[in-house]
Design a protein around this ligand. Sequence first.
Ligand SMILES: [Zn+2]
Length: 251
Amino acid sequence: MDKRLWQKTYAKLPSWVCPRCFKGRLKLRDKSMKFVEPDWVTTKLDENDLRGERSLGRFSAFLRCDEDECHEIVAVAGDYVSEYDPYFDTFTNSHDIKTTHELTVKGAIPMPPIIDVPALSADVVRNHIRAAESLFFVDSGACANKLRVASEALLDQLNVPLTGPNSKGKIVDYSLAQRIDALDKTLPGHKDILDALRLVGNAGSHEGDADFDFVTECFMLIEHVLAELIGQRHGTMDAVAKAIVAKRGKA
Ligand SMILES: [Zn+2]
């Protein structure tokens, strides 16, 4: 995950990875960027003598994948704030205006991928992660909640048990925290990350909103844990499954 591509606001739209081919980069189509200032804003700016100095409203744009075989189109929309600063250009010897935009993306269709999902990931894990990504610009609380669900699906894929004995020896349904502990006993080293995802998901469930930076970091965490548990380390998943089966077999 390239964190620079995922910001609260942008001066210009970044070169996200294409959601169709996952190889190409998305580039702004010529003349597709539109800024529209609502009348009520124009009136307010006039009243405050700011017309020509700033503008705000809605923007829309089309991005195109730069991969020749693909050329997928992504529609993007959101809010903008623009500032216009007059300056004297000594090169052309004329007055000019420097325009700066602050773009807050509210949606991208189809949504570009935020993280790499390993090929060996279960479909249900991948689907929850892609669903979390589609909520990234829309609702950070719901997005965080989806990441928590994705981490639960990851535990399912790793065959971490859903039930186990409580302190009295009775078999009960495990909470997510208990399942994370169960994984940690057979395969240590991932508890902190999975706990972080569990907690950010809790924030999403209970508070309705999660801090944008917190959610961004959670995408980094789940990408890391996916790579560790089912991605680059070939054979790790088998080892996890074997260790759990061996442990359960003894119980
Ligand atoms: Zn593409």
